[in-house]
Design a protein around this ligand. Structure first.
Ligand code: TTP
Ligand code: MG
Length: 422
């Protein structure tokens, strides 16, 4: 089995660790298990035990968003073309996504973490970092042991009818790696001081930020494990890892001082793909672009962001990079709307005929309102007195309409109704 599992995984190991004080920073990375599928099973218990696929359709259109663990036994996974998933798992139940419902459950999970710490950084709809370092300042009842906090979070998430997995460590990098080690419903604790040992035998692909291309190039240099990477000298790797060389080498040894950043502002959402082999065929390139657009669409929606600028990036075989962009009037998070624009940009660029190494698509220029919505959404239902996200969104729409009327007819043309409250 995986020799890199941390040594603590039985209940008695955890109880023993609870007796020792936690030294230094305590960072958690929480990741919900099979999130979209788990929400579907919660809402329709008759799905339990069946193979469930969310996103795409069984007639082969689109891509899979996620699959429950039953369907994963057949090899189905996120981002797989639906046609392939349908072949691998013909008896699966296929469901559409329901982002409103995911946001609602996500806000409940965040509220649980928030009862322990305000320092939370959400990185997607089902993932967050939180700083639960023991500090008398943060908890009026005195510092709680980080492990006790993790157990409490896992239990309370389970009471919602979903499960999460948590990695607890001294840094974001190690916590993120750890949260994946005992899925589903797992707690992986990496005691301070044991990071380098744990990471040393793991494959380099486990380090967040090392994609398939870097992995291949590092492997060619005989760097296969994080231990190998930790011992490498920066000048040998700069041509592969660029400006991240130093930090990746340090992170491979479990050294990462990045703070959990609660209000980190997303400036753009983009996805790019370096091809295994350089591509020249127009149909193939456009189909890659389409897949990237779909992924960008769901990431925008999961963050509650809509943008007005659509950017396409191309890296040619000679490594030169060109970008194309277009700004539209109305912000969007819908790939059905922004993909055709990206496609047109590329078709009119005169780039076809040259072989391409990488293609990317990004959306930026988020509207102020969307940024605020995303931020408030991140804070979950605790903010702003809104009962839940739906109420808040409804009110946002109402506010938008009121603003429009005021823009046209003057501020006093309409009252917002706020004054009726008290
Ligand atoms: P993940 O956390 O990557 O996946 P997961 O929660 O389904 O499964 P795991 O137990 O392995 O964590 O992503 C969270 C949700 O984001 C997932 O339920 C569906 C969505 N998603 C997509 O829509 N497309 C994708 O390519 C990925 C990776 C995720
Ligand atoms: Mg998940």
């Amino acid at each position: 089995m995986k020799q890199y599992l941390p040594p603590f995984h039985t209940n008695s190991d955890i109880d023993e660790l609870l007796l020792r004080p936690w030294e230094g920073r305590a960072i958690i990375h929480l990741d919900m298990d099979a999130f979209f599928a788990a929400v579907a099973e919660l809402d329709d218990p008759s799905l339990r035990g069946k193979a469930v696929i969310v996103g795409g359709s069984p007639d082969g259109r689109g891509v899979v968003c996620t699959a429950n663990y039953e369907a994963r036994k057949f090899g189905v996974h996120s981002a797989m073309p639906a046609a392939r998933a349908a072949k691998l798992c013909p008896h699966a139940v296929w469901l559409r996504t329901d982002f409103d419902r995911y946001k609602e459950m996500s806000a409940k999970v965040i509220a649980i973490i928030e009862s322990h710490t305000p320092i939370i950084e959400r990185t997607s709809i089902d993932e967050a970092y939180a700083d639960i370092s023991p500090s008398p300042k943060m908890d009026p009842l005195g510092p709680r042991h980080p492990i006790a906090i993790c157990k409490d979070i896992l239990e309370r998430v389970a009471k919602l009818g979903l499960t999460a997995s948590i990695g607890l460590a001294s840094s974001k990098t190690v916590a993120k790696i750890a949260s994946d080690l005992r899925k589903p419903h797992g707690l992986s604790i990496v005691s301070p001081g044991t990071e380098a040992l744990l990471l040393s035998s793991m494959p380099i692909s486990k380090l967040p930020g090392i994609g398939p291309k870097s992995e291949e190039r590092l492997t060619n240099l005989n760097i296969r494990s994080l231990g190998d990477l930790a011992l490498s000298s920066p000048q040998d790797l700069r041509h592969i890892l660029g400006s991240n060389t130093q930090s990746n080498i340090a992170r491979a040894a479990g050294i990462d001082t990045d703070p959990v950043e609660p209000d980190r502002e997303t400036k753009s959402v983009s996805n790019e793909e370096t091809f295994g082999e350089d591509l020249i065929d127009k149909t193939q390139i456009l189909s890659e672009l389409r897949l990237l657009a779909e992924k960008t669409g769901w990431r925008l929606r999961s963050k509650g962001l809509k943008g007005r600028t659509i950017k396409v990036k191309v890296r040619f075989s000679d490594l030169s990079i060109r970008t194309l962009s277009k700004t539209i009037d109305n912000p969007t998070d819908d790939e059905h709307l922004f993909y055709p624009i990206a496609e047109e940009l590329l078709l009119n660029s005169g780039f076809f005929g040259r072989s391409m190494r990488l293609i990317g698509i990004g959306i930026s220029n988020f509207s102020e309102r969307e940024m605020q919505l995303a931020l408030l959404e991140d804070m979950g239902e605790c903010l702003d007195g809104a009962q839940d996200l739906k109420t808040f969104e409804k009110r946002t729409r109402l506010n938008q309409n009121i603003d429009k009327i005021r823009d046209r007819f003057g501020y006093d043309a309409i009252g917002s109704g706020l004054h009726l409250k008290d």
